[in-house]
Structures are given as structure tokens and as C-alpha cells.
Ligand binder design. Sequence first.
Ligand code: C2E
Ligand code: MG
Ligand code: MG
Length: 579
Amino acid sequence: MKRREAMDKKNDQSMEDVMNGLNDRLKFSWVTYVLLFVLYFVTTIFLTIVSDNNSTFNVFGNPIPLRTLAGVFSSLSNICIIFWVLFYKKTGFITSMIILGIQFPLLLRKIFVLHVYSSIPGVFTNIFTIVAAIIIYYNDVRLSKYQQGIRKQAVTDRLTGLPNRFACYEMMEELTKKKEEFALVMIDLNNFREINDSMGFNVGNEVLKAVAERWRKLANSSETGTRDIVARQSGDEFILVVREYLDDSDVLQTIRCYERVLEEKLTIDECDYYLAASFGYAEFPLDADNVETLFTYANTAMYEIKKINGSNHIMHFTKELLREEHTLEMERKLRAALENSTIYFNLQPQYNMDHKLRGFEALARMRDESGQIVSPGEFIPVAEKIGIIDKVDSMVFVKSAELFGRLLKETGADITLSLNASVKHLMKSDFMDELKGLLDTYEIPAGNLEVEITESIMLDSADKALACINRIKEMGIKIAIDDFGTGYSSLSYLSKVPADLLKIDKSFIDEMNKSDASKKYVAAIVSMGQIMNMEVISEGVEDDSQIETLREIGCDYIQGFIWGRPLPAEEAEKLVKGL
Ligand code: C2E
Ligand code: MG
Ligand code: MG
């Protein structure tokens, strides 16, 4: 219901509020306006009474004519008129012009019809007051226009024409004062630097302008169902303020609308761009009760989701994200999970292009004390940072090898188990013993086991890494290079790695069908891998058109949600047994 109401109101001046400055702070109430009216009429009545009166009154024994008070009342009534014009702008000006306009013919009638010549100074006072009111009013109009111009410049971002962060900050301050609920969304374009570096600043600016224009249009339409304001923070960072929503899902839905319009193809100078962004948000008053903290929280969530670098680009702030606390809390959870053995695994199937099972990749999963599942994107980096990744890996190794060994024995299937090994783990002196232990204990033929390493292994101590890899190979275990294309290893290093499988990172597969160049890029990786005697698997395949393209360019295997999500052990077992 609230969304519907918001849609109706959508086109009112939400954006205008910001651009024109927030309502004037200097406000005179209508009570003062009416009081001025009363004062004006009282003084005018007294003026009429005293001006035609010939009686006198006594001051310190001296008789003073009552008529001399006419000047005092006349000045008072004129002051009322000037105050109207000064404080009530257009309304005040119109009021005073009407009053003076009525007064003028009455005065003329007094002089020319009734021959009361004492009213002649009153005519001049009337004319001068009209001139003064006009001058004050027009001067004020000019000044206001000038001030508005200056203010507009101060609150507008020059490049995009959107409100800038100061305007946005000010507007949010107003909302917090009114205790109005809203969500602050910080947006950062992904990989924008690459556009700037490769295509130049001019193209970068055009991209920013085009993005701003898309979002401005969306904010001014009723499409999102909430009342939104978009502003530019700086560089490739934007701010979105979402108002008049019912619950968190409304905010998410609105953000998704902004994400969708951003991701539509953008063509500049005949070049196509596919943009994406990271969105982090925090809500007032749910997450923080002041604008500054909201900014910090929304930014924290935005950087976090950027770092995770997954397929989801939107994150709501949670207290757990506060860096130090987050690491400490995650460390505590990890240690508890290791102790209680609640780190377990899922198996994601890998297939050849004829949909025949090649094997599984074991993926770590963790359940915390409350039974909540924590994603590896969160706990693996912490485990690496605090130096317990080998323990996490090992728990996955042991548990998955146990099932896998049993499956091989029971079914006789010729499939592969891929294990992710972190660099720190692989470099440990007892890594080989650990692998040997797995093969012996669970009776797995070495050729059915595979160790996944990432390109980053080549960054530090490449020689030591190569020695380890060679020893694994000598044992007959296969080597896969994971997330290929995301690291920075040189081809010369890569050619020295005796890998069996090259895993093309999901980010390339996502882009593959979006342009001819991206498709050729993936085709080149496939050919290169095959030239180096490796088989090639594509990660993160999600739709049929991707499978088609991968078949066309000769990729050997696929791993992706389209044919198989990571499965719990029992389901993987059923899959192998054909149940
Ligand atoms: P990875 O080794 O590249 O694993 C593939 C990731 O891509 C998995 O995410 C998987 O669920 C996801 N994925 C596969 N197909 C699709 C798809 O079609 N669409 C989408 N959106 N995602 C897909 P997950 O399980 O979250 O793992 C993330 C990363 O965590 C892994 O990336 C790996 O680097 C690390 N990791 C997982 N388990 C372990 C482990 O036991 N040890 C170590 N050292 N790292 C692990
Ligand atoms: Mg992997
Ligand atoms: Mg991978």
C-alpha cells in the first residue's frame, strides 16, 4: 500500500528538494501576518480619527493638538506595509499593493471632493510607500534568484548534473530530523578504472554521464515503487537514497532496478560497455541513528561485497561487517567449527560436454553454533589471514575423501575428486604426507585425485611452489589451475606448471556471450590450455547459450549451476549411484 502511495507521489519534487535547496529556514508565521493586519487597521483608524480632529491634549501643562499624532500613526501603518513586503515576499507585496491601491483614491476623494487639504502629505506618503515597496520587492527577487543560482552550483555535480554529496547529506539530515525512515545505498562502479586507463578520461566521463542519466530517469519514474534520489559522491561512486518503503525487500527490489538499468549495454563512440556495480546499504534508523554512521556502514557493506567478488552485488550492512570485530568473530566461529567438526563439504559435479560425469569439486561449508551456514567467501579469507587454512582444508580433504573412497569401491566409477588447496597449505612440509595418507587410508587411486591451485601461487616463491607441484605430479595426483585469468602469473611461469586441467574463471564465462571479442578471448584461453597439454573446464556456467558457445570453441568440461549446484554428500552419492 505504502509503495502504491509512494508511486503516486513519485513525481513530486523529491529531486527538486535537493536541487533548489531545502525550504527556507527563515519562516514568519501567519500569526505575525494577521497581527500586522490588525496593527495596520488600528493605526489607520486612529489616523482618520486624529487627522480631522481639532481638539488638544495636555503634556506637562502644554496644550498639544491631537492632529500632530497623525504622523506617528501614518509611520506605523507604513512600517506594517514594509514588513509585509520584507517578510512575506510575493504575498506580502500583493497585500500591500492592494491596501495602498485602495488608500490612494480615498485620499484623492478627500482632497478633491471633500476639500480636506490636510490629506495632501498623505498622498505623497502613499506614493513613496508604493515606490519603496516595489524597490524592496524587486531587489529581493533579484537577490533570491542569485542566491538560488549560487546554491544550485554548490549542490550540483558539474559532470553529471546530479545533486552532489553535500546536497544529499543535507537532505538526509533533514530526513533524520523528521524521523523519516530511509535507506542509504553507496554504489561503486566495478572496474571503472580499467575504462579510464584503457579508453581515456573523456570516455570515462561519458560513461559516468550516461550512468547518471539512466539513474536520474529511473529515480524520476514510478518504476521502482519507492521514492528515490540519486546523487554523485565522487569519481565512480554514487549515492542512492531510498524512501517510503515497507521493508527490506522493497529496498532490495529498488536497488535491483538500478542494477538492471546499469547493466544494459552502453554504447559510446561505437564501443559497447557492460557495466556492473557494487551496492552496499544501511537503513535509518534500523542500522544507525545519524547520517555520518550510515555513510560509514553503507560504505563498509559496499566494500565487503566488492571484495567477495561473487555474482551477488548487493549487501545490507550488518554489525558483523565491522572489520576487526568481524575477523575476531569469524576466527572464534572458525575455531569452534574446527573443534566441533562442523566444517563439512559439498560436492559440485563436473561434466564433459556430453553431460557425462567427470567428477566433483569438494567445496568447504561451515555451520556456526547457531546452525547458520557461513559462505566460504567469508570464512576462507579469514582462515588464510589467521593461518588456519590448512586445518580447514584438511577437514574437507578427510571428510570428502572418506565418502569418495567408499563411492569408488561401491560403484567402480572412474571419477575425479578435486580438492582446493590454499598456497600456505600446499607449501607446508607435510603436505605430501597428508595427500599420501588420504590415498592410503581411503584407498583412492592417485589418478582419481586432483589438487586445485590458483595462479597466485606463482606470485611468491615460484620455484618452491613448482617443486611442490612436481612432487604431487610424481605421486600420480592431477593438478588443476583454478580461477584462471583472475591472477597475474606470466605465461612463461604457467608453461612450467605440469597441470592437467585449466579452470576458466566464471567472470570470463559471464562475459563470453556479450560480445564477439569476449568469446574470442575464451576461445583463445581454451586453445592455449590445450596447446599446453591441459584439458579445459569452464566454471560458473549458468545457461544453455553458454554451453553452446563452449561446445563450439572446443572446451572439454563444464562446472556450473546449469548442470549441477554444489550438492550435500548424500545427494552426490545418489548421483554417482544413478539413483
Ligand atoms: P572455486 O574453487 O573457484 O569454487 C567455485 C565456486 O563457484 C564455488 O563457490 C561454487 O559454488 C561457485 N559456482 C560454481 N558454479 C557456479 C555457477 O554456475 N554460478 C555461480 N554464481 N557460482 C558458481 P563457493 O563454494 O562459494 O566457493 C568459493 C571459493 O572458496 C572457491 O572458489 C574456493 O576458492 C574457496 N574454497 C571453497 N572450498 C575451499 C576449501 O576447501 N579450501 C580452500 N582453500 N578454498 C576453498
Ligand atoms: Mg576451486
Ligand atoms: Mg574457481
